[in-house]
Design a protein. Structure first.
Length: 387
């Protein structure tokens, strides 16, 4: 009797399968079965690549953002787990939620599919949430998961069945990142500039130093984000900044925003009087100016006017010597003969001759007395002239 019961069950089960009545989910038959998008699954990358070569699989995967580059190169691919609660977990972090998947058949114990996909080869696939798909058996399955360069989940494929899986990506944690954002240049003087660097370290990254390449074969590394530099020669110089630091390891970061060209103008020149040579104009650089050698006053380069000493004779007869410029000479009052300014000596008066003492004079003087002195004198002088 038991034998016939077993046979009956087997026959009933066979008819149920032929009629499309399937009482299990894909998870219940994790091996090779017709509910799987890939009959025996994709347990290795080579099996995934083989399955992807089929037109219907390629078309289906395209709807779920799986590209040939992902399948062939495995770029940014890691293995993880998807569960019946709709969570996709990779490396201990939930990278997506509300996960959905597709299967090649719609099970009788499952609700109405959310939607269906039909390929050009006539294959039809049915979409469910993972909770609706994983009806019996395991509640989670291993998957291939792909990520973008920012660490955000893109899509996945369940390894046991080849069914694509997708969920709402969660925000990935910030990656350590170091960037050089901007370079500001401030002109201090003709050939001196201040360079200010703006850099960002996030996600655990850190800045250790800044390398300044001034474009004139001089390079300096310092921990300061500002530096002042003086160029020795005129010209155009391209300044490049490198930000040194750590992300997951030591890194060096450059950016076109951290590169600028500065122009050092020629040093201004000036016209001076060369005090040594008395040459004017003499052109020199401003930095060469020396008060002991140069003068900004052009008159300092004129020859000193020639001077002469003359005798000055003023009205009234006042005389004296004086040094004058040649162009000041006036012949009316100036004499080149300095002797003319010498004082004329005052003549010494000649004393009157003493009258001779004779007897005649005595007799006259006595006779005439003092009242006739003048007449006697005149008579005397007259008598002397006649002698």
């Amino acid at each position: 009797m038991d034998k016939f019961k077993k046979i009956g069950i087997a026959i009933s089960l066979g008819f149920a399968m032929l009629g499309g009545i399937w009482l299990a989910s894909p998870s219940q038959a994790a091996g090779c079965n017709s509910f799987n998008v890939v009959y025996c699954g994709t347990h290795s990358m080579s099996e995934l690549q083989t399955a992807y070569s089929r037109t219907e699989i390629k078309e289906l995967y395209k709807e779920w953002y799986v590209t040939e580059t992902m399948v062939q190169g495995g770029s940014n691919m890691r293995e993880g787990v998807v569960d019946a609660n709709g969570n996709i977990t990779v490396d201990g972090r939930v990278v997506a939620t509300n996960a959905i998947t597709v299967q090649s058949k719609a099970g009788t114990r499952q609700p109405q599919p959310q939607r269906s996909y039909k390929t050009s080869n006539g294959y039809t696939y049915y979409q469910y949430t993972t909770g609706q798909s994983f009806v019996d058996g395991p509640k989670s399955y291993n998957i291939y998961a792909w990520f973008d360069n920012n660490g955000s989940f893109i899509t996945g494929v369940i390894k046991d069945c080849g069914n694509p899986v997708w969920g709402n990506p969660t925000t990935p944690p910030s990656k350590p990142a170091l960037t050089c954002d901007a370079l500001q240049v401030t002109e201090i003087s003709r050939n001196t500039f201040k360079f200010s660097v703006k850099a960002t370290a996030k996600g655990g990254a850190s800045i250790t130093s800044y390398t300044y390449n001034f474009g004139d074969n001089n390079i300096k590394t310092t921990n300061s984000s500002e530096i002042q530099y003086t160029y020795a020669k005129e010209g155009n110089y391209t300044v490049t900044i490198t930000v040194n630091g750590k992300e997951t390891g030591e890194v060096k970061r450059q950016n076109p925003n951290c590169q600028k060209t500065v122009t050092v103008k020629p040093e201004p020149k000036m016209i001076v009087c060369d005090l040594n040579t008395k040459k004017y104009p003499t052109e020199i650089k401003e930095s060469e100016f020396d008060k002991s050698k140069h003068s900004k006053n052009p008159n300092d380069c004129k020859e000193a006017p020639a001077k002469i000493t003359v005798c000055v004779i003023e009205e009234g007869g006042k005389k004296y010597t004086k040094e004058i410029k040649k162009e000041e000479f006036n012949e009316k009052i100036h004499k080149t003969n300095l002797d003319e300014c010498k004082e004329t000596p005052t003549p010494t008066p000649t004393p009157s001759p003493e009258l001779p003492k004779t007897g005649a004079s005595d007799a006259i003087m006595s006779a005439l007395g003092l009242g006739g002195l003048t007449t006697a004198t005149i008579a005397y002088i007259a008598s002397r002239r006649q002698m």
